[in-house]
Structure formats: structure tokens, C-alpha cells
Design a protein. Sequence first.
Length: 317
Amino acid sequence: MASASQRVVLITGCSSGIGLRIAVLLAKDEQKRYHVIATMRDLKKKDKLVQAAGDAFGNTLTLQALDVCSDDSVRQCISRVKDRHIDILINNAGVGLLGPVESISLDQMKMVFETNFFGTVRMIKEIMPDMKRRRAGHIIVMSSVMGMQGVVFNDVYTASKFAIEGFCESLAVQLLKFNVKLSLIEPGPVHTEFEAKMMEEVAKMEFPGADADTVRYFKDVYMPSSIDIFEAMGQTPDDIAKCTKKVIESSNPRFRNLTNSLYTPIVAMKYADETGGLSVHTFYNLLFNFGSLMHITMNILKCLTCSCLRRRTISPD
Ligand SMILES: NC(=O)C1=CN([C@@H]2O[C@H](COP(=O)(O)OP(=O)(O)OC[C@H]3O[C@@H](n4cnc5c(N)ncnc54)[C@H](OP(=O)(O)O)[C@@H]3O)[C@@H](O)[C@H]2O)C=CC1
Ligand SMILES: CC1=C(/C=C/C(C)=C/C=C/C(C)=C/C=O)C(C)(C)CCC1
């Protein structure tokens, strides 16, 4: 059980990746400032977390079942929390979806929104009223750079992250009146099971309904560039955990927190040209005209992201 001085942190999607690393980092805090309620939808997947938590398991870290897509599961989980008191809610659970829109069924698209958008909204609706009443609390949402900038062949995933960003941008204003903070964490590519799950999905894909040219652009142009980008820009889940810890420990946390400075110029293009032409044409050129030069492009991005741009992001160190 949490001591009176500890902040209670509830995290969704802790069976792997970023959620697992945030849970472990906070539970192993040297000053034991946090009591972490790590949640996952399938407790059979707990071994990796339990092993990584070591001595913290059963002390500063406890485990509960929670499926963000189920009203009952969310209600049951929160009702088990002492006085329903949660200081920090970290909405991390999420799923990806990649490929030509023609090959993806509406049911598959809805599942992505059920998890990434409605799952997060369900959690916020359950926990926010108590935070508002106490005039205290911090809600963290694991968004993505794709919550700000669309990426070809990630249409539906991007849309789900744009949706949650719009929701949070609106809600943050109201919450400020109640002294409840809301922060988005916006990572670029991160090496987690997310990446492996996508590769596995793509290997199995048969692309029903997509024409041969589109399938070729996806498999032979987008996929190799995307793999290069993961290699050149990829962060570790530990990096994202450290960034998240910095955000919750900040006395004046920012609303938006990009974790990867290599993305700053990409996001800047969007604000530099409100017609959208600069972003669309630059992405087109990067992919279809300079795709084979992706390594050089990455080095140019690294030069562009000199220290002045880097200051705009949250760094893990
Ligand atoms: N990896 C990346 O490149 C990036 C990831 N992100 C975001 O980070 C977050 C974490 O992803 P990451 O760690 O990379 O990926 P992982 O696939 O490693 O982790 C995703 C977690 O979400 C859980 N989850 C999925 N659906 C539900 C559900 N209905 N209820 C509860 N938990 C669920 C998964 O559980 P289960 O094991 O049961 O499936 C898993 O624990 C996501 O929101 C993702 O969009 C953002 C930017 C980049
Ligand atoms: C930047 C960029 C590309 C790819 C970006 C990717 C692959 C980003 C992945 C982000 C993830 C995985 C976010 C998760 O939320 C392209 C389209 C190859 C073209 C050139 C510029």
C-alpha cells in the first residue's frame, strides 16, 4: 500500500515496451517517491514486468488487470485503488496499424480508435472527476510524433493520435482551472514490441483491394525507408521512460513533449506553411525522390537539429 508521502501512479499497458519501463523506473526511484499501480489487460503476461521490477514488486509496485477497451475492467480496477486516489495517470496502452487504406477493414480501424482514442478517454473520464475535486493531479498521454504530423501508410494510427491530441488540447484548458495538469509525450520511433508487431503484421499481409502500384510503393519504398528511420532515429523505451519521469517531476510541466529532436524540423514545417503544401511535398520528395538517399537525409536532419532546436524537446538525460 502507498504511504502518505508517496504519489500514486497508475499506468496502462505495462506488459511490454514503454509502459513496462516507466513502471519500473518510477518504482525503483531511490527516494521511493512513487507507488506504481502497473496495469495490463492480460495478467498472464506479467513475468517480464515482475522480473524487471525485482524487489520493487509487491513494495513500490503492485499489479492489476485493466483493459482500456472495457468499461467493467476500468471500473473494477479503479474501485480497488484506496479512496480512488490517483495522483498521476499515465495513459500508455496503444496499438499500431500500418498499410494501404484499401487493405484495412473498417473493423480493424475501429479497434485502433477503441484502444488509442476511446481507451484513453475512458480512463480520463473515470479518474479526472476525483482529480478535479481534489484540485490536484497530472494526466499523461503517450501520444506520438504522429499525433502532430501525418506519415504515409500510417493513416489510421495517425488519425487516432491526432484525435487524442485534439481531445487533450481542448481538455487541458478546462483542467488548468482545477489545477489538474495534462501533458502529451510525443516520441518518434522507439524500439519496442510495437515495431516487431508491425513487421509481423506486414509479413502476413495479403493486401486485398489494393492495386499493384500501391502495394509496391508500400513494400518496396515505404518499408525500407521506415526501417532506415527506425535504425537512425530510434530511441529506447528507457529513453521515453526517463523523459516521462522528467515531465511528471517538473514544477511547470509542458503540454507538448517531443522526445526526439530529429523530428523538430519535420514538425516546424507544418507551422512554417499553414497551407500544408510544404509538409506534403517535402514528405513526398523524401520518400519518392530521395528515398534511396535516406541515410544522407538523416544526417542532414541531425545537422539541422543543432542545440538550439534540441532545447525545444525533452531529453532523457
Ligand atoms: N514504439 C514506437 O515507435 C512508439 C510508440 N508510441 C506509443 O507508445 C505506447 C506504448 O507502445 P510501445 O511500448 O511502443 O508498444 P508495445 O506494443 O510494447 O506496448 C503496448 C502496450 O499496450 C497494451 N495494450 C494494447 N491494447 C490494450 C488494451 N485494450 N488494454 C490495455 N492494454 C493494452 C499492450 O498489451 P498486450 O501485451 O496485452 O497487447 C502493451 O502492454 C502506445 O500508445 C504507442 O502508440 C508512440 C510513439 C512511438
Ligand atoms: C520521417 C519520415 C518517414 C517515416 C517516419 C516513420 C516511420 C516514423 C515512425 C514513427 C512511429 C513509429 C511513431 C509511433 O507512434 C518516411 C515516411 C519514411 C519518409 C521520410 C520522412
